[in-house]
Design a protein around this ligand. Structure first.
Ligand SMILES: [Zn+2]
Length: 351
C-alpha cells in the first residue's frame, strides 16, 4: 500500500454509507447575503389562516410583532359553533380579525338543502363573515342523496354561488392539492418525505383526477361572472404558473392566495416574479400556517429580498427537499399583495 492509498482508505472509513434519507440534513456552505425582514414593507393582511383552536388574545401579540394589520380566520366549524367562533374573534378585536365561513354539507340528502344553505350563508354574513370556503371534500367525497359523488359544477349548487354574489362575499375554493399528492408515493415523488409522514394526504387512486376537479371548479368560476372567487393556494396549480396566469386572464372575477405555497413560488423565482408583476391586482397574501413570528418573516424574506437558497416557511414536515429564492418584488406590487387586494375582497376601503 503506497502512502496515497492509505489516505484514501482513511477517508472512506469515515463515510456513513447507510445514511437514511430522513437523517440526511445537509448544511449549505454558500456564503451569500442574508436579510432578516422583521417587519414587512407595508402592513399585511393574512387572508388565509385557521385560528379556531386559538385564543384571539394570544394571536394579537404575534400580529403586532410581524406588522400584521388584520388576519382572516377561515373557520372550519359549522352551525352554531361557527357563529360562536366568529363572534368570539370579532368581539375581541373587530379591526384585527375577519372571518370566512365553511361550507356546511350537513343535510345534503334533504330536498331543501340549497335553501337551507342560503339561510346559513345569510346567518354567517349577519355574524360578520366576509366569505365562504368550499373545501376539497367537494368533488372528492361529498355525496348527494342518491349516493353519487357531488360534482363541483353540479347545477344544483348554482344558487349558492349566485347568493354569494348577492351578499357581496367571495367564494374561496380549495379544490384538489399539489400535483405530487395525486401520484404514487414512491422514489419519483417530489414530496415523498411529506407524504411518507402523512400518507392520508395522498389522493393517488382517487375516483376523480386532479385535472377533472380543477376543470369542474373552473366551469363554476366561468359560469358565475358576478361572483368573486378566490383560488386558495394559487388555485392549486403552483407547479404550473402559466396555467394559473391563463385562468386569471380568462376570469376577471378570480383572485388567488399564496398561502402554503412559498416552497413552490420560491423554487421558481424567475417565473414567480413575472407572475406577481403581471397579476399584482389579483394575488393576496396568506399563510395558512399557525401564526408564528419566524414563519411570517420567511414569507417577507421571500417576497421582498433577493436572498438565495434559504428555508421556506412550512409546518413541521417539509413539503419538498429544496430551498427557495427571494422575488424582490417592487413596492407597488407588495402594497397590493400584502394589503390592498385583501381589503377589496373583505369589502373594506383602504385608509
Ligand atoms: Zn386553509
Amino acid at each position: 500500500m503506497c502512502p496515497d492509498d492509505k489516505f484514501v482508505a482513511m477517508v472512506n472509513a469515515k463515510v456513513e454509507v447507510d445514511l437514511r434519507l430522513s437523517d440526511f440534513t445537509p448544511r449549505s456552505e454558500l456564503k451569500v447575503p442574508v436579510h432578516t425582514i422583521k417587519r414587512p414593507r407595508f402592513p399585511v393582511i393574512d387572508y388565509h389562516n385557521h385560528l379556531d383552536s386559538l385564543e384571539p388574545e394570544a394571536v394579537l401579540p404575534i400580529l403586532d410583532a410581524c406588522g400584521i394589520e388584520k388576519i382572516v380566520n377561515i373557520t372550519m366549524r359549522t352551525g352554531q359553533e361557527a357563529l360562536d367562533t366568529l363572534d368570539r374573534f370579532h368581539r375581541t378585536a373587530p379591526d384585527r380579525f375577519a372571518s370566512i365561513g365553511w361550507m356546511d354539507w350537513t343535510g345534503i340528502e334533504r330536498p331543501d338543502f340549497v335553501a337551507l344553505t342560503l339561510d346559513r350563508l345569510e346567518q354567517l354574513v349577519e355574524h360578520g363573515a366576509r366569505g365562504i370556503k368550499f373545501w376539497k371534500d367537494c368533488g372528492l367525497s361529498v355525496r348527494d342523496a342518491s349516493g353519487q359523488l357531488l360534482r363541483i359544477d353540479d347545477e344544483r349548487l348554482a344558487p349558492i354561488f349566485d347568493k354569494a354574489a348577492a351578499l357581496g362575499i367571495p367564494v374561496m375554493f380549495h379544490t384538489a392539492d399539489p400535483d405530487a399528492f395525486f401520484t404514487p408515493i414512491d422514489r419519483f415523488n417530489e414530496r415523498y418525505e411529506e407524504l411518507a409522514a402523512h400518507p392520508e394526504w395522498s389522493f393517488h387512486g382517487a375516483p376523480v383526477s386532479k385535472a377533472e376537479l380543477l376543470a369542474q371548479r373552473n366551469r363554476v368560476i366561468a359560469r358565475h361572472p358576478k361572483t368573486t372567487f378566490v383560488g386558495a393556494h394559487i388555485a392549486e396549480s403552483s407547479e404550473d404558473l402559466a396555467a394559473v396566469s391563463a385562468l386569471l386572464d380568462q376570469n376577471p372575477n378570480l383572485y388567488v392566495d399564496i398561502s402554503a405555497r412559498a416552497a413552490e413560488l420560491g423554487r421558481q423565482p424567475y417565473t414567480a416574479r413575472k407572475f406577481f408583476l403581471k397579476h399584482a391586482d389579483r394575488i393576496v397574501f396568506g399563510a395558512d400556517l399557525l401564526p408564528e413570528v419566524e414563519m411570517y418573516r420567511l414569507y417577507y424574506r421571500m417576497l421582498e429580498t433577493a436572498d438565495e437558497y434559504f428555508d421556506y416557511p412550512t409546518h413541521a414536515s417539509r413539503q419538498g427537499r429544496w430551498q427557495i429564492y427571494g422575488l424582490f418584488l417592487p413596492e407597488d406590487v407588495l402594497r397590493k399583495v400584502y394589503r390592498e387586494n385583501a381589503l377589496q375582497l373583505l369589502n373594506l376601503s383602504p385608509c
